[in-house]
Design a protein around this ligand. Structure first.
Ligand code: PMP
Length: 358
């Protein structure tokens, strides 16, 4: 068996220890005579899996008791609709800050259900920096939606915006990469397939006082209060994904939690950006104060070499480095499960490539 260093933006690398554990207990899980996938979601055994996953997440993130933790299906994109359906009526307005492709999509979906006010749009700057706060046209709506880390552009907030409305954050590609103060947010949601677990699952952390305001037309499957009162089991949950997610949380705890993970991630990002900045051959166009820890886009001095770079990287066991189709170039996603050795191997490859072609 040979596993590559996988820089995919999502579904991303999962911790090898988690995959091995899942493999070991796949056929028979904890003396049940069946795999975890084959247990009733109403069984005590599976309810324990769900509850443990929730309590581990609460410990890791420091989620206070006045917040609900929900495991939702449909990925982060489904939450683009769930947010307005749970927090507003169709005559309400809500603020949306656009800093890249994902917050733009959230705005487009939100606008189907609420009067969505675009506070500022970083497109003018090609999403290379966060639009300055003094230029935002805040409408003071039911909530303020933003994306703390734009996965495609590699643009990340270094602070939490101070606004009066409840903050709703699409943290798909940053959640669990370091500690976060949950109390600053009304709602945090994230697709699982980066730092959390398998694709298809979304985590929602929501202040309990924001529950109970969903529209009567809100589908039961998107209603956060329904999920909260049913322990995220209104219908049959994606049991294997929840189980694997619980293993990822356990792995994070065993490493020492998010402080430790954050320090590792800071080192990885500093190493890679440092390498890019020290070369005339590679460059990263994002404003330095807004560079993402998780998604590092970079270009080569000669884009005609892009394919050669990607082919040779792949042959070296460094995969999924192609930038998103909308921006081109390269992108290295260095999520939690991508070890420091992977970043080291990438930097070494980049140096050798530059020597040969630069
Ligand atoms: N938001 C962000 C920031 C993302 O990176 C992604 C997926 N790459 C999504 C939303 C959409 O997630 P999903 O595919 O789980 O719907």
């Amino acid at each position: 068996m040979s596993r590559v260093y996988n820089f995919c933006a999502g579904p991303a690398a999962l911790p090898e220890a988690v995959l091995t554990r899942a493999q070991e207990e796949l056929l028979e899980w904890q003396g049940q005579g069946a795999s975890v996938m084959e247990l009733s979601h109403r069984s005590k055994a599976f309810i324990d899996v769900m509850e443990q996953a929730e309590s581990r997440l609460r410990r890791l993130l420091g989620v206070p008791d006045d917040y609900a933790v929900l495991f939702q299906q449909g990925g982060a994109s489904q939450q683009f609709a769930a947010v307005p359906l749970n927090l507003s009526s169709d005559t309400d307005s809500a603020d949306y800050l656009v800093t890249g492709q994902w917050s733009k999509k959230a705005l487009a979906e939100g606008a189907r259900f609420v009067n969505a006010n675009c506070v500022a749009d970083g497109a003018e700057d090609n999403f290379m920096s966060i639009p300055p706060r003094d230029g935002w046209s805040l409408g003071g709506g039911r909530y303020f939606h933003y994306c703390p880390n734009e996965t495609i552009g590699g643009l990340e907030f270094s602070d939490v915006p101070a606004v009066d409305s409840p903050l709703v954050a699409d943290m798909s590609s940053t959640l669990l990469s370091r500690p976060v103060d949950v109390t600053q947010f009304g709602v945090i949601y994230a697709g699982a397939q980066k730092n959390i677990g398998p694709a298809g699952l979304a985590l929602v952390v929501v202040q309990k006082e924001l529950l109970g305001q969903a529209r009567s037309s809100c589908p039961a499957m998107l209603n956060w209060e329904t999920a909260a009162t049913n322990g995220s089991m209104y219908n049959t949950p994606p049991t294997f994904a929840v189980y694997l997610t619980g293993l990822v949380f356990e792995w994070l705890e065993s490493l020492g939690g998010l402080e430790v993970m954050g320090a590792i991630n800071a080192r990885k990002a500093a190493r890679l950006y440092g390498h890019i900045d020290n070369s005339d051959f590679y460059s990263n166009p994002v404003s330095k104060s807004a560079r993402s820890w998780m998604n590092v886009p970079f270009t080569l001095a000669d884009s005609a070499l892009d394919k050669v770079f990607l082919d040779e990287a792949e042959q070296t066991g460094l995969t999924n480095l192609k930038g998103h189709r909308s921006v081109g170039g390269m992108r290295a996603s260095i999520y939690n499960a991508v070890p420091e050795a992977a970043v080291e191997a990438l930097c070494t490859f980049m140096s050798e490539f530059e020597q040969r072609y630069g």
